[in-house]
Design a protein around this ligand. Structure first.
Ligand SMILES: Cc1ncc(C[n+]2csc(CCOP(=O)(O)OP(=O)(O)O)c2C)c(N)n1
Ligand SMILES: [Mg+2]
Length: 347
């Protein structure tokens, strides 16, 4: 398993240290702190009934943001439902992420300049889509990659093998990130496969596979950066398995993690926390402080507050919206329904 910073924030692999400036290192920490606050606020907003679907992210920040930091703006992102942070850092306005949570169609309308699709709920479907997008990028001669995220559960799906196999066969510039947070809802990874690691599954399709410490933001960044280099140099896709953990429940819909995880397991993983370890490392280099962190936390809270207000201010979605956003030209039956609903909505 590739690691650069150990649990105590000590450098254990100087040779693999990424070429990042001090500003980059600080930006990585800022994003992780911001995302932790966003997670806490999203959980609270969900409990207040102000958000709908929400899949907690705490614990997975290094895995999500370290990999995303290795990308360029033009790279194409295909996230799963837990990967809202990557979408936001790729350019989705926060208020739209909140609308996505509420099931409002505008949450799924990616801005013109954002190369991304909205979070996939069907486990594994984004993997075959990523292979196709990557092949498209290659055919168009773009020096960009398609990156997709799934969980350990996604790696047990047929789509996972099909997508990777296709991308391998066409040497498409794809990066498949499997965030192994040890569980698919309540099913532990050991019960999902007899394979020792998920990374090794890449060998079957002739693609390089890397097992990375997903709580180590530098290691995740570096492995993704190298995968991106290979991809744009025509050397094909990469599978990256990040070993991580979600501290919260699967989603806010009501599962109880104490039914399938022990306190000991939670404690063991919390000791590996990505923020704690990176903070120690940065403090040792005089790049981070408590004041700096508090500043980031306050700013995040303010921005989240403004974004939820903006989401609240959007028009409620109407049936006519759902019809009109789906079609450029309406078929006759929907034309009729459109008229019917326009009439109803005008009252
Ligand atoms: C095709 C399909 N089967 C089943 C489900 C129900 N389901 C939702 S989340 C989930 C577990 C996924 O676990 P994993 O891929 O490890 O991702 P994680 O939630 O841990 O990030 C399942 C089975 C689904 N959404 N889609
Ligand atoms: Mg999982």
């Amino acid at each position: 398993m590739i690691q650069i910073l150990n649990e105590d924030g000590e450098m254990v692999n100087e040779d693999a240290m990424p070429d990042l400036s001090d500003d980059d290192l600080v930006e990585l920490m800022r994003r992780m702190v911001y995302t932790r606050v966003l997670d806490q606020r999203s959980i609270a907003l969900n409990r207040q009934g102000r958000l709908g679907f929400y899949a907690p992210t705490a614990g997975q920040e290094a895995s999500q943001l370290g990999s995303h930091f290795a990308l360029e703006k033009e790279d194409f992102l295909l996230p799963a439902y837990r990967d809202v942070p990557q979408l936001i850092w790729h350019g989705l306005p926060l208020y739209q992420a909140f609308l996505f949570s509420r099931g409002h169609f505008h949450g799924n309308q990616m801005p013109e300049d954002l190369n991304a699709v909205s979070p996939q709920i069907i486990i594994g479907a984004q993997i075959t889509q990523a292979a196709g997008v990557a092949l498209g990028l290659k055919r168009r001669g773009k020096k960009n990659v398609a990156i997709t995220y799934t969980g350990d559960g996604g790696a047990s799906q047929g789509d996972f093998y099909e997508g990777m196999n296709f991308a391998g066969a066409y040497q498409a510039p794809a990066i498949f990130v499997v965030q192994n947070n040890q569980f698919a809802i309540s099913v532990p990874v050991e019960k999902q496969s007899a394979a020792k690691t998920i990374a090794q599954k890449a060998a079957a399709v002739g693609v390089p596979g890397y097992l990375v410490d997903g709580m180590d933001v530098l290691a995740v960044y570096q492995v993704t950066k190298e995968a991106r280099e290979r991809a744009i140099n025509g050397e094909g896709p990469t599978l990256i398995e990040t070993m991580t953990y979600r501290y919260g429940p699967h989603t806010m819909a009501g599962d109880d993690p104490t039914r399938y995880r022990t306190d000991d397991m939670d404690d063991e993983w919390e000791k590996k926390d990505p923020l704690v370890r990176f903070r120690k490392y940065l403090e040792g280099k005089d790049l981070w402080s408590e004041d700096k962190e508090n500043e980031v936390i306050e700013k995040a809270k303010e921005e989240i507050k403004a974004a939820i207000k903006k989401a609240d201010g959007q028009d409620k979605q109407k049936v006519t919206d759902l019809i009109s956003i789906m079609h450029d030209k309406l078929p006759y039956n929907l034309e009729e329904q459109m008229e019917e609903y326009k009439e109803k909505e005008s009252k």
